[in-house]
Ligand binder design. Structure first.
Ligand code: SF4
Length: 384
């Protein structure tokens, strides 16, 4: 694997061992400081989401200004989305988990965009039927995380185009082709749908302001690799009379095979835990996962293992350690050689299987209200 000097992070590729502090400097984003976290903790009633507490989210743009507005009586909304090209895997859930937490703790609305159009334009091997089918499957998985039906709206692009298009017309005129080309790395042969999609992706960040006829701040939690996409939205916001969306950036969850991110684009399906994996497949993937363990039992007992490079530890840290105390225990037992990797994986598997069972039940309930959450027309009273 390339060393720290050689890491690559773009919206399409994450490679090498990423130096996240250096990446933040390269992207010019702000550090998520202890002061900001303390402020969030206070606003959220005394607790932080584990993804914030454990440093998975570590960078931002304009979060302080968003919280200033919130404390001044101006609520914000959270926005996130999914390009439906296949089943979700567990690392996709991080951004939605955090959105759900903001909704629960601060009472804010959630807007989800399902970009079935974009995936059709950008993935030559996918049919329209597949992108729509995956759009619904992914939506059920997202809603199953516990979103409030009364405060959650969905833009399913091909179904919601009447709601999105009036604003997309205005957004599109503000985005130069050269910017789209630079961010997406488009080749001259790229189809024109892919080019126009940039406008549609910005629309949800402005839609509530348009609907309400007044500035409504927006917060977008995302992997830091996606920051370049939303820089475009931020660049054009004020020219359209809307607030710049604030961003909260996470580190990437490493893949099960030891890759920098749990992505399956161009790599093996065994790099990720898909939400539709049957229990036996989940078990096989975790049993075969890349760890920070030593070559022999004797060596691991003597020297301890290295959690920071371990994909199993990353799963504990990002989702499956139910408390900070549990995470501390796993980390200590790993470092001291008190626990071996087989035992560690067994304990993790119990939690993963339980999560899958509970998620399946919640997913069935989400199906009952998903259709009603899809926005199909422009807001009443909004301008043209
Ligand atoms: S003990 Fe667990 S956390 Fe430590 S290296 Fe092994 S699998 Fe990873």
């Amino acid at each position: 694997m390339p060393d720290t000097e050689e890491f690559v992070v773009t919206p399409y590729e994450v490679r090498g061992r990423v130096d996240y502090d250096r990446l933040r400097e390269m992207f010019g984003t702000q550090e998520l400081t202890g002061e900001l976290l303390a402020r969030l903790r206070r606003l959220a009633g005394g607790e932080l989401h584990p993804l914030l507490e454990r440093g998975i989210y570590y960078s931002h743009r304009d979060l302080g200004a968003l919280l200033d507005a919130y404390e001044g009586g101006r609520p914000f909304f959270v926005y996130s989305g999914r390009g439906p090209s296949g089943p979700l895997h567990t690392s996709h859930l991080a951004q939605f988990d955090l959105c759900r937490w903001f909704q629960e703790r601060l009472g804010v609305s959630m807007y989800i965009q399902i970009t079935d159009d974009e995936k059709y334009w950008s993935r030559a091997g996918l049919s329209r039927e597949e992108t729509v089918r995956w759009g619904y499957e992914n939506l059920y998985d997202i809603l199953a995380l516990g979103f409030d039906p009364k405060k959650t709206r969905v833009f399913f692009d091909s179904r919601s185009i009447a709601a999105l298009y009036p604003l997309a017309i205005r957004v599109a005129r503000k985005i130069p082709y050269s910017s789209v080309k630079a961010v997406f790395g488009l080749e001259p042969s790229a189809n024109i749908g892919w080019i126009f999609y940039t406008a549609l992706q910005s629309v949800p960040a402005f839609w509530p302001s348009w609907a309400e006829g007044k500035p409504v701040p927006c917060l977008i939690p995302c992997g830091i690799d996606q920051d370049p996409h939303f820089r475009l939205s931020r660049d054009i916001a004020e020219g359209l009379g809307f607030p710049k969306p604030a961003l909260l950036h996470s580190r990437m969850v490493p893949g099960l095979l030891g890759e920098a991110a749990m992505s399956t684009t161009g790599s093996s399906a065994d790099n990720a835990l898909f939400l539709d994996d049957p229990p036996a497949v989940v078990e096989r993937k975790i049993r075969n996962a890349f760890t920070g363990g030593r070559a022999t039992v004797e060596e691991q007992r003597r020297r301890g293992a290295v959690p920071e490079v371990c994909s199993v530890w990353a799963l504990w840290r990002t989702r499956f350690a139910e408390s900070d105390e549990r995470l501390r225990q796993v980390t200590d037992d790993c470092r001291t050689g008190h626990m071996l990797c087989g035992e560690c994986k067994g304990m993790l598997l119990e939690r993963v299987h339980r999560f899958y069972r509970e998620h399946e039940a919640a997913r069935e309930q989400a199906k009952a209200w998903a259709e009603g959450a899809i926005v199909t027309g422009p807001p009443a009273g909004a301008g043209v």
